[in-house]
Design a protein around this ligand. Structure first.
Ligand SMILES: CCCCCCC[C@@H](O)CC(=O)SCCNC(=O)CCNC(=O)[C@H](O)C(C)(C)COP(=O)(O)OP(=O)(O)OC[C@H]1O[C@@H](n2cnc3c(N)ncnc32)[C@H](O)[C@@H]1OP(=O)(O)O
Length: 733
């Protein structure tokens, strides 16, 4: 059949193609070319006229005969594209499958809008838009099942630019481009690719439109190679807007068409609100394409818009021209706008749920019930206030960040130090700076240090975020930084402990509600742009899981023992996968590493958690012992809260030390200036007590004897004994 002998020749052996409207013009050329390359072809043509009237089998039969005469395989089909199921059934009946669908059939009923009848409108839409939908829908389940499909939609320059007298046709044609982009998104994970072409060629439908002198340049035969390429399994193209082709005997041209969007202007609210005048006054900037972008999805388009709006809301109106540097190193030292992060106990509980706390766990109440006396913040929540400061990194105001593709930003590493206990609600002020930018060749690493302060200006949290911008390396920057908090290697022995937990398929959907709305974690099309087959889990969500594993195993969930944590995100986790954390204890440092059980690959490496000295005791004593002290403190706290007025004359902070076998077990502090009399656990070293009460071993042991866990202690009523401790303490005062 073909004279091309190159071994790299694109062949279609075992592929079955349906070409609609293949009785002549472009459709015929597609059918002939695909058949000559080995495809079995269904030549569909209703055999009507160009206005949609009449019916005949002659056109399809003729093309089928042409193919067979050359040794190819073809079967005719005479159904309307509105009978999409029947067309696809013909392919299945004769060849057992359907791999390629070229939606090519079309009619014209050109009129200016005033003269376009309902019928003119409807017929054009029924054939082009509805017909392409119906045949594609019929083919879809078969393509999905076999994990392969290539679909072509036929649009037109009239759809892109408009064309006099073609209201109905141009609307249908642009509609096909929209449909194609959506099928591309829905089909990607099944290896079903969909593209739209806008061919320029002479056919029955266009022979009256073009002047005679250029007609020889517009041969349908030259459009067919583009369609064949897009339908081949080697082509990775999908949903990339419109491709157009023009061809003559010796030359032909093909190009992509894409949407371009001006950077636009953010219209700020004046005393009169956001007014039509603010649009008028910004018109030049709104329509200025000197600075522009080419968003290729709703997600990408929305991300930049939202970033601009957020930025405009938190920053004063820009005084100078936008920053345009493309060298990421130029960002070093840039101070991001200070921002406040306000949160409530609801945010804390939402976060805790997002990182896997469940009512199935024994001590869930302190993490999921705001009225529980021990209600507390998981220490890894400490990244959440700081995260809110990161958003402005890609706002366009940070030098060097223009070249960073937001769809390809991954979380690289994270360091968090909890300097003072994290309140269960409040407002923290973030101060963020771009500390360093590293050139890792395969990507750029952006280090950002963020300090979070409470309303008294006390430093509560220190974070160092390290983001890995994939594909943005090679700008000639340095490779390492002495300002980076380094990762560590675990000891060279079997882990001291391991814990594994399955994440939920909805884990990312839940975690994002804590403030990281990156579409990468929820929107398949955005994930696809980043090179992922499916949305991935937030790095900080896996971080929360691993952090909980360490906290549970070595601190018995006592959050006060947490000091600092460092991790590297070395691999991707998908929602629904199982995270296993292997841990090694060396003094007050717990080395750990997490892997995805289903793949065996590491997702967190080089990691450690530093804990305070107190934790050693809970480590060396049995877990029942650790639980006892928790129960005692719970009860003491309850009494102190209730009887706070007894201590009013102290009017300061009382620290309570519990000793166990002569060692310090735990220190609690009570702030009597706090009108609610709430009790919190404090760091023994930093507790500035106005008075100290020490509870001796005997009482401690008595109270907890026979108790297996906090729940049973509460239920058994043994906690009443804690009243004695209170009495003792009061006497001690
Ligand atoms: C403005 C908004 C900010 C938003 C912040 C975050 C938003 C979040 O929503 C995003 C997320 O949560 S993404 C999910 C979590 N992260 C991940 O899944 C990333 C997993 N890691 C990877 O894929 C690769 O390690 C990868 C791709 C990171 C690197 O792989 P490779 O390119 O193959 O690198 P490799 O060849 O192994 O090493 C090259 C050099 O890079 C260093 N490096 C490797 N992994 C790193 C990482 N994770 N972080 C930092 N540096 C890393 C290597 O050490 C090496 O450098 P050198 O040779 O100098 O040692």
């Amino acid at each position: 059949m073909s004279s091309v002998t190159d071994s790299k020749m694109l062949r279609f052996a075992n592929r079955v193609a349906v070409i609609t409207g293949a009785g002549g013009g472009l459709g015929r050329e597609y059918a002939l070319l695909l058949a000559s390359r080995g495809a079995a072809v269904i030549v569909n043509d209703l055999g009507g006229d160009t206005k949609g009237g009449g019916k005949s089998s002659a056109a399809a039969d003729k093309v089928v005969q042409e193919i067979r005469d050359k040794g190819g395989r073809a079967v005719p089909n005479y159904d309307s594209v509105e009978d999409g199921e029947k067309i696809i059934e013909t392919a299945l009946k004769h060849f057992g499958r359907i791999d390629i669908l070229v939606n090519n059939a079309g009619i014209l009923r050109d009129r200016t809008i005033a003269r376009t009848s309902d019928l003119d409108w409807d017929l054009v839409h029924r054939v082009h838009l509805r017909g392409s939908f119906l045949v594609s829908r019929a083919a879809w389940p078969h393509m999905k099942k076999q994990n392969f499909g290539r679909i072509i939609m036929t649009a037109s320059a009239a759809g892109i630019y408009g064309n006099f007298g073609q209201t109905n046709y141009s609307a249908a044609k642009l509609g096909l481009a929209g449909m194609s982009n959506t099928l591309a998104l829905e089909g990607r994970k099944y290896n079903i690719f969909c593209n739209t072409i806008a061919p320029v060629a002479i056919s029955r439908m266009t022979e009256d439109i073009f002047p005679d002198e250029i007609k020889p340049l517009l041969k349908p035969v030259n459009v067919a190679p583009l369609v064949a390429y897009l339908c081949h399994e080697d082509s990775e193209e999908t949903g990339d807007y419109l491709k157009s082709a023009v061809g003559s005997e010796n030359v032909s041209m093909r190009f992509k068409v894409r949407w371009q969007r001006a950077n636009g202007a953010v219209c700020l609210k004046s005393d009169q609100g956001i007014t039509p005048e603010s649009v008028r006054d910004n018109w030049e900037q709104i329509t200025d394409f000197d600075e522009s972008s080419n968003p290729s999805s709703v997600a990408e388009s929305m991300t930049t818009i939202l970033d601009s709006i957020r930025q405009a809301q938190s920053a004063p109106p820009p005084s100078g021209p936008p920053v345009t540097s493309d060298n990421p190193s130029d960002a070093v030292g840039h101070v991001l706008p200070t921002n406040n992060f306000e949160y409530t106990s609801r945010d804390v509980m939402l976060y805790n749920l997002g990182v896997g706390v469940s009512t199935q766990q024994s001590d869930y109440l302190k993490f999921l019930f705001e009225l529980n006396q021990d209600f507390c913040v998981l220490p890894t929540f400490g990244v959440i206030p700081a995260f809110s400061a990161l958003q402005s990194l890609l706002s366009g105001d940070v030098p060097g960040m223009n070249s960073i593709n937001p769809a390809r930003i991954l979380h690289g590493e994270q360091f968090l130090e909890v300097v003072k206990p994290i309140p269960t609600s409040g407002t923290l002020r973030n101060e963020a700076v771009v500390t360093d930018v590293l050139d890792k060749k395969s990507g750029a690493v952006i280090l950002m240090d963020i300090n979070s302060y409470d309303e008294n200006n006390d430093l509560i949290l220190h974070n160092q975020f390290s983001t890995f911008a994939v594909g943005s390396g090679g700008f000639g920057g340095k490779r390492s930084s002495d300002k980076a908090v380094v990762t560590v290697k675990p000891p060279d022995r079997a882990p001291d402990a391991s814990m594994s937990e399955k994440t939920s398929v909805d884990q990312a959907a839940l975690y994002r509600l804590s403030g990281d709305y990156n579409p990468l974690h929820i929107d398949p099309s955005f994930a696809a742009m980043g090179g992922f087959g499916t949305p991935i889990l937030h790095g900080l969500c896996s971080f929360g899981f691993s952090g909980r594993h360490v906290l549970k195993t070595f601190c018995d969930n006592d959050v006060s023992k947490f000091k600092a944590i460092k991790v590297r995100f070395s691999g991707v986790v998908l929602p629904g996968q199982t995270i296993q954390t292997d841990m090694w204890k060396e003094g007050n440092r717990i080395y750990f590493r997490s892997k995805v059980v289903e793949t065996g690959k590491d997702c967190i490496s080089g990691a450690y958690m530093d804990i305070t000295e107190g934790s050693q005791l809970s480590q060396t004593s049995s877990s029942v012992g650790a639980l006892k002290s928790d129960v005692v403190f719970t009860e003491i706290g309850k009494h102190l809260a209730a009887d706070a007025n007894l201590y009013k004359k102290v009017n300061g902070i009382i620290a309570y030390k519990i000793t166990n076998g002569g060692s310090l077990a735990k220190t609690w502090t009570l702030d009597l200036k706090n009108p609610t009399g709430s009790v919190y656990e404090g760091n023994p070293k930093s507790a500035k007590a106005d008075a100290t009460v020490t509870i001796e071993d005997a009482d401690f042991a008595d109270i907890a004897s026979g108790a297996k866990n906090a729940q049973s202690l509460f239920q058994s009523g043994k906690l009443k004994a804690a009243g004695n401790v209170m009495l003792l303490m009061k006497m001690g005062r």
